[in-house]
Design a protein around this ligand. Structure first.
Ligand SMILES: Nc1nc2c(ncn2[C@@H]2O[C@H](COP(=O)(O)OP(=O)(O)OP(=O)(O)O)[C@@H](O)[C@H]2O)c(=O)[nH]1
Length: 360
């Protein structure tokens, strides 16, 4: 399909498949010989009555608010010409994108001008009425021919009404969908911001506590054998000295680097949060104390092995870590306190080491 020549079809998703689908729902087939013959007859018939049908259509809406809107936004003469074209082409090449395009475009113009859909559909009803009235007067048509003509008129009118409704409402729906997508994206960005520590990009205190509560309850529900939960509390060693030596801004960058080092030493599903100034917590679901200690060691080594290169400085950083595993029925506060106590024990033992609650 040439999407440039049929921009409304392209924008509203009327590709070949969708057109075929719509036609088959209405029982219209492009290769139906009797229908094609009926359309030829209709074309001849309509050509003689175009002006009469349009005049009666304008007479019905004359003086109404719809008429004023048409006059103001489309122009009565332009409306008359558009309808002349539409009536003359009623049913001609109905299975082509061009047929859909012309009708979708007019529907979009009506929607844009806030003219009610009814005013757009009215001529379709009038043409149907006029065709049927005249058909019944034709005594030379046999029952079969009359039936085919009647069916064709009804199906083509239904197609016109369907395209008009789609062209009228779909752009609005698409626009709403787009706005909704933007709002959703904005909401998730805002939510992300309320959950994230601005300096380091890991979870902030609020989100950390919320996640911890969630995991404590999950572990409680599933039972200790099936789901053990561990926590690492880590604290930068001699951070005051780093701040005093290099300045607070470099200190901030140290915290950013540290968060990245912790992240790269943990697994994808471990959750990292900033507990306070230079304290970071790692929540490890489905992890026992032994494995948690291995990961804590990996974090410690990951931090100390290479100095942090910040500005022109190479800053040697170490951290002390405490590891605790959730006991049955224990609260998140108690778990945090025990991990904190283990971390202080690591400080007491000379820093740059890992202590589990089991080793205290
Ligand atoms: N740059 C920077 N410094 C912070 C931030 N939050 C806390 N601090 C500093 O971190 C330092 C923590 O100092 P202390 O509690 O004495 O601990 P420490 O010097 O790391 O010593 P130990 O923990 O005992 O090894 C303080 O000087 C705080 O001002 C922050 O967001 N940015």
């Amino acid at each position: 399909m040439n999407t440039e020549a049929t921009p409304h079809c392209a924008a509203l998703g009327f590709d070949k498949d969708r057109i075929r689908q719509a036609l088959s729902l209405l029982g219209l087939a492009a290769d139906h010989k009797e229908e094609a013959a009926a359309i030829n007859l209709l074309t001849e018939f309509i050509a003689e009555r175009v002006d009469k049908i349009i005049n009666s259509c304008l007479a019905v809406i004359a003086g109404s608010d719809d008429f004023e809107l048409i006059e103001r936004n489309i122009g009565t003469e332009a409306f008359r010409q558009k309808w002349k074209y539409r009536l003359r082409s009623f049913g001609k090449n109905f299975a082509t994108p061009g047929y859909f395009e012309e009708r979708l475009a007019l529907a979009a113009a009506f929607a844009h001008a806030n003219i009610p859909l009814g005013a757009l559909q009215l001529p379709s009803f009038l043409i149907q009425q006029s065709l049927i009235d005249n058909l019944l007067d034709k005594s030379d048509f046999n029952a079969d021919k009359t039936r085919i003509l009647l069916c064709t008129i009804l199906k083509l009118t239904a197609l016109d009404l369907y395209i008009a409704a789609e062209g009228y409402h779909l752009p609005e729906l698409n626009e709403l969908e787009e706005k909704l997508d933007k709002l959703r994206a904005e909401a998730s960005r805002l939510q992300e911001r309320t959950w994230t520590d601005e300096l380091t990009g890991v979870m902030n205190y609020r989100k950390l506590m919320e996640s911890l509560e969630h995991h404590v309850q999950r572990a409680e529900r599933r039972g200790q054998e099936r789901s053990s939960l561990c926590l690492i509390m880590s604290d930068l060693d001699f951070f005051k000295k780093i701040n005093d030596t290099y300045g607070h801004m470099v200190g901030d960058l140290v915290l950013q680097h540290l968060a990245r080092r912790i992240k790269s030493a943990t697994r994808d599903f471990d959750m990292i949060g900033r507990f306070g100034g230079e304290e970071f917590v790692v929540i490890m679901a489905d992890t026992d104390l032994e494995l948690a200690k291995v990961i804590a060691e990996r974090i410690r080594l990951g931090v100390m092995s290479t100095p942090f290169h910040i500005k022109k400085f190479n800053i040697h950083v170490t951290i002390s870590l405490g590891v605790a595993m959730l006991k049955p029925g224990e609260s998140r506060e108690s778990l945090l306190e025990r991990a904190d106590a283990a971390m202080y024990e690591a400080k007491r033992r000379g820093r740059n080491c890992v202590v589990t609650t089991k080793e205290m």
